[in-house]
Design a protein around this ligand. Structure first.
Ligand code: TMP
Length: 253
């Protein structure tokens, strides 16, 4: 297939023009960055894993009626998505204190929160994606009050779904980030979950051992990122187990 026109290149993904108007092809790179790209590495296989995992989460959300941009996976590294107008906010939902919240408020990592907390960060690399309040969002016109209510409702539905899916495979969903986009249908606008949902954008802790199975492995130099993501994929049944070790058929009694 002829190479498509590149629309946008981010730190971990590239967007190409899609085959039909209103669609894009989302390509998952192997690049990992942290601390606003101060730390960077190429981790072989990460893009393939995140493509599969994001497909798994997004198609699950579509199936329960939570709208997303995801249409279908095309190959190992690419998926077809709806073109959306991204709202310039990172929407973070936290179930357990960790990361920047622990640092900012002096709460020990691992402290359970009394209810899920939704936060908004303004997407601006030059400013380091600062935390913003609903007042800022409305005053600066990034979203309306109605959008905000819809975004919180959407984020909490994603939280319920992801928490349940992860809990079923022995993993605690500590927190995650989503991005939300607008799709226009004439004058009618609706909000959908966009970008990706993967261990790059979630904190996932093994329930029994507390082991980190997400991008903190890279941020904090805790071991192999591919091993961590492969573990998540295997548990979810997204990757067959033991592919590399299967040498001959085994009898099952
Ligand atoms: P934080 O504790 O660093 O604010 O991160 C909260 C969640 O958001 C965590 O699951 C990781 C995710 N996240 C991103 O996906 N992208 C980012 O740039 C940052 C800072 C966090």
């Amino acid at each position: 297939m002829a190479r498509r026109k590149k629309i946008y290149e981010g730190k971990a993904k590239i967007l190409y023009e899609g085959p039909e108007p209103g669609t894009l092809v989302q390509y998952f790179k192997d690049d990992a960055t942290a601390f606003n790209a101060e730390k960077h590495d190429v981790i072989e296989g990460k893009g393939v894993l995140n493509n599969r995992l994001s497909e798994f989460f997004m198609s699950g959300l579509n199936a329960i009626g939570v709208p997303t941009h995801f249409i279908k996976r095309l190959n190992m590294r690419e998926q077809l998505v709806r073109q959306v107008e991204i709202i310039p906010l990172e929407v973070v939902v936290r179930n357990t204190a960790a990361g920047s919240m622990s640092k900012r408020l002096g709460i020990d990592e691992g402290t359970p929160l009394p209810r899920p907390i939704v936060e908004f960060y303004f997407k601006d690399d030059a400013l380091g994606d600062p935390l913003v309040t609903e007042e800022h969002i409305i005053a600066f016109g990034w979203a309306s009050q109605q959008d905000l209510d819809d975004m919180v409702a959407l984020a909490l539905r994603v939280n319920d779904f992801l928490s349940g899916v992860m809990m079923a495979v022995g993993i605690k969903l500590v927190d995650f980030k989503i991005e939300i986009g607008r799709i226009w249908d004439g004058d009618f606008m609706r909000l959908v979950v966009a970008d990706e949902i993967s261990p790059d954008s979630c904190r996932l802790w093994d329930i029994k051992t507390g082991q980190h199975l997400d991008k903190d492995v890279f941020r904090r130099d805790l071991g192999s990122l591919t091993d961590a993501y492969t573990e998540v994929a295997k548990r979810l049944g997204v990757l067959p187990t033991n592919v590399t070790h299967a040498t001959k058929p085994t009898l099952i009694n």
